[in-house]
Design a binder for this molecule. Structure first.
Ligand code: ANZ
Ligand code: ZN
Length: 821
């Protein structure tokens, strides 16, 4: 048969769509599998990363469907976000038009690859109805106190009078006008993800072995639980702070055992103490340059500070060490974060690398207080961060440092000057954005009632479409008729909140939304019954770049939605598969590198099946995949080979009965290879095996070669019948075409393994020396030459001992001849 991918692929895509072949069934008694690829951002065109992502999930979905599972394999669009607004500014399009037209384009690209998506479950997060339910959740969380409003620092361009996202700050300057960006304190909305820190941490344990270790570790580090002591230093002199005074400084340390080594304290530039000092600068004799240095540090975002070298500025004030009573200088330092612990630290240069570097730079005392147990030389680096015995620590001298930790904590707890605390690195999630193309925050500011949620019947608070998007300020803020509204409580004039939500909010619950069928979506956010059936996602596939934020937020949202009664799941993704990058010439495909291969071109040239086969054959899913043009052609040739001799089959609808006794070695061998491929297919489609499609495809290639080596029509038929079934998840179009045409099959069902076909058959090979028969060996059919020769030499040992072999000849499956002198 001639291979014409274009015709075949179009035909089957049409058939699948029209027959609704990939819609999940409404029968909740069926066993289910929920297979999900991370949904794409509708940037305009699909790229190879997308292709790889959906090739993997599609193969898994097809395999489970064949096995009789009810499979949900949905697709949707993560459709809000900045690029749409940037495109609007640049090309004078509307974000909505831009987004929906991108979706249409990408959708047709994806369907041209033959992906078996549950089309009826599609969604875009910018759909009105999606906003409606997201706003409903927002209000429920607001009313529960899980969302709050607080002042926080934002990047602000004083020229454009607009808030900038981190990506829009280039080397401290505005991306549009190059004006230096400042940190402006403004109200923002936060979700209390920190309330769930412990649960989010604990529940990772159950994902062990089901999620990649690397991801589990990254999540654990991000949550960052740490136990230590919080205690206070009395200030030498109190500091005026408005009407009150500040007389102490609280610090958090994980190393109370090093307390006698503290030689200075450092505070974050946002610390109230710094504010108080700046406000009373004259009283403290603070020089103008020093004030300016501090202000410059305050105007640098924490993010940028983290990249800078360590900088400190002495405040000229002192605290008293609570145990040694020494005078300790106070510094403001760019490495101290206001949002962690108490925003202040005791610094111990002898036992912490960062403190050490700082002390060296500013010539501060380095006092060793922990001595290693075995060696005395702990000053090699100048600092020593491990355990040991206390020195220079008064009555604690000689104690093991772990023991000292406990004793020192106990001392502080008893004296009431400190307490053991658990801190988490995890911060509350800032969810408000000052941009147009996002879900509006459904709150209203009323002069009389305060902040009031929009009434539920009025949801969604939809975005106005007649806006001017010019990059200055937030378009919603300038849209007066949208902004002015009636207070839902008292009916008086009030103002809508003009902030919109972080797009990570939408991606935190889309997988729950997919479980709800279209006909229920107007009336229900998440159909509890459907969610109960489909959740958890059985395999979630996506890039490692989402290892932290998206996966953490999605886990968190699931827990919150559970507490609100929407789902019974507490973890959304029972298994996670992180796919590797697609590279070319050793680098990630990217426009700037000019090494992008456009999936559409590959499909146009070779067809979707070739693209799918290449992608799944080139590397196992978790590994990097290097693009290779000749391997793409190799994949194409394999499919052509598959079609080439199919006429040899007898048209069967069930497997033929084969009288094994009468088969030749080659025929037996071909059957063995075919059944090995079938066996491999069952082994490949498991999370534990990592879905190594490459080895499955290799097994199919070997099987096809072996079939080609023999001429038994029954063996051909059986072989093809099985191979088309095994390959269907990978190259579905051609498999459906050939199955229909030659076996009149309209669907695929599991095939049982024939253990007898897999049995290792052995044969006897004669061994001759200079043509004379001297012995024989029993070996597996087609055993490789090295193995055969080694066995043969042992068998005729006494004939060749001490003589020089000049030639070794192996006639496969027949004989071995040694030519000796
Ligand atoms: C003294 C000390 C001595 C420290 C020593 C470490 C080693 P984790 O494990 O990340 O919780 N720290 C506390 N608050 C901070 C803040 N707001 N910004 C920056 N650093 C802060 O780290 C806790 C340690 O980080 C604390 O223990 C403190 O330094 C510092 F040999 O206290 B340590
Ligand atoms: Zn009101």
């Amino acid at each position: 048969m001639e291979y014409n991918p274009r015709e075949v692929e179009r035909k089957w895509q049409k058939f699948w769509e029209e027959s609704g072949a990939y819609e999940p069934r409404e029968d909740k008694a069926l066993p289910k599998k929920y297979i999900l690829s991370m949904f794409p951002y509708p940037s305009g065109n699909i790229h190879m990363g997308h292709v790889r992502n959906y090739c993997i999930s599609d193969a898994i979905a097809r395999k489970f469907r064949k096995e009789g599972y009810n499979v949900l394999h949905p697709i949707g669009w993560d459709a809000f976000g900045m690029p749409a607004e940037n495109a609007a500014i640049k090309h004078k399009t509307h974000p909505k038009a831009w987004t929906y037209s991108n979706i249409e384009n990408m959708k047709s690209q994806l369907y041209s690859l033959g992906f078996s998506f549950s089309k009826m479950r599609e969604l875009a997060t910018c759909d009105r109805v999606y906003s409606k339910w997201e706003q409903t959740f927002f209000i429920a969380m607001w009313e529960k106190g899980l969302i709050y409003r607080k002042k926080g620092f934002l990047n602000w361009c004083p020229n454009d009078k607009t808030v900038l996202a981190n990506e829009q700050v280039i080397e401290g300057k505005c991306w549009r006008c190059d004006t230096p960006v400042v940190q402006k304190e403004m109200y923002q909305y936060y979700i209390k993800i920190t309330d769930y820190a412990e649960e989010l941490l604990q529940d990772l344990d159950a994902l062990e072995g089901k999620w990649p270790n690397q991801v589990l570790t990254m999540q654990r580090n991000w949550i960052g639980k740490s136990e230590g002591l919080s205690f206070v230093f009395e200030l030498e002199k109190s500091i005026q702070n408005g009407d009150g005074v500040i007389s102490e400084l609280e610090v958090f340390t994980t190393r109370p055992d090093t307390i006698f080594g503290a030689s200075y304290c450092a505070v974050a530039p946002e610390h109230p103490l710094v504010k108080a000092i700046l406000e009373n600068a004259q009283n403290y004799g603070l020089a103008k340059e020093v004030m300016e240095q501090i202000q410059a540090m305050q105007n640098t975002s924490e993010r940028e500070r983290a990249q800078q070298e360590k900088i400190g500025i002495p405040l000229g004030i002192y605290a008293i060490h609570p145990l040694s009573q020494k005078r300790i200088p106070l510094w403001v330092a760019n490495f101290v974060l206001m949002g962690y612990g108490s925003g202040a630290v005791m610094s111990v240069p002898a036992h912490d690398e960062r403190d050490f570097e700082f002390a060296k730079k500013y010539d501060l005392p380095i006092i060793p207080v922990i001595q290693p147990k075995d060696s005395k030389d702990f000053t090699q680096n100048g600092f020593y961060t491990e355990g040991g015995v206390l020195i220079n620590s008064q009555e604690y001298d000689g104690l093991d440092n772990e023991e000292a930790k406990q004793k020192i904590i106990a001392y502080f707890e008893k004296s009431g000057k400190g307490r053991a605390v658990v801190n988490f690195k995890l911060r509350d999630w800032g969810i408000s954005r000052q941009r147009y193309w996002g879900t509006p925050i459904p709150l209203i500011h009323c002069e009389f009632c305060g902040i009031v949620p929009e009434s539920l019947e009025k949801l969604p608070v939809a975005l106005p479409e007649d806006v001017s998007i010019d990059g200055e300020g937030n378009p919603l803020d300038k849209h007066l008729s949208w902004k002015h509204c009636a207070c839902p409580k008292c009916g008086k004039n009030a103002l809508r909140e003009t902030d919109t939500l972080d797009t990570f909010v939408e991606s935190s619950w889309y997988f729950l939304r997919y479980t709800t069928p279209q006909n229920l979506r107007q009336n229900e956010a998440i159909s509890a019954e459907d969610a109960q059936y489909w959740m958890d996602v059985d395999e979630y596939i996506g890039g490692i770049e989402h290892a932290i934020l998206h996966l953490l937020y999605a886990r968190f949202f699931t827990k919150v939605l559970k507490s609100l009664g929407y789902t019974e799941s507490s973890e959304p993704f029972s298994h996670l598969l992180t796919q590797g990058m697609v590279t070319k010439d050793g680098a990630k495909m990217s426009k700037s590198k000019g090494n992008v291969v456009d999936p559409s071109e590959i499909i146009a040239q070779f067809g979707a099946d070739t693209a799918r086969l290449f992608i799944l054959f080139a590397a196992p899913p978790i590994r990097e995949l290097e693009w290779n043009d000749s391997a793409v052609e190799g994949s194409f040739r394999f499919i052509k080979r598959l079609c080439a001799k199919i006429e040899k089959v007898q048209k069967i609808t069930i497997l033929p009965k084969i009288a094994v006794e009468n088969l030749s070695q080659k025929e037996k061998y071909a059957r063995k290879k075919v059944y090995e491929a079938l066996k491999k297919s069952n082994e490949t489609f498991t999370h534990e095996s990592g879905y190594a499609f490459n080895t499955l495809i290799a097994a199919c290639m070997e099987a096809l070669n072996a079939l080609n080596e023999q001429d038994n029509a029954k063996v051909w038929s059986e072989g093809y019948f099985i191979l088309l079934n095994v390959l269907e998840p990978i190259i579905p179009h051609i498999c459906w075409e050939l199955s229909k045409k030659y076996f009149n099959l309209a669907n695929f069902a599991p095939i049982a393994l024939d253990a007898s076909a897999l049995k290792e058959d052995s044969i006897t090979m004669a061994i001759t020396i200079n043509g004379k028969r001297r012995g024989e060996i029993k070996v597996a059919i087609n055993a490789d030459d090295t193995e055969v020769l080694a066995l043969a030499k042992v068998a005729v040992e006494k004939w060749i001992n001490g003589v020089a072999i000049v030639k070794e000849i192996v006639v496969p499956n027949k004989l071995v001849n040694f030519v000796v002198q």
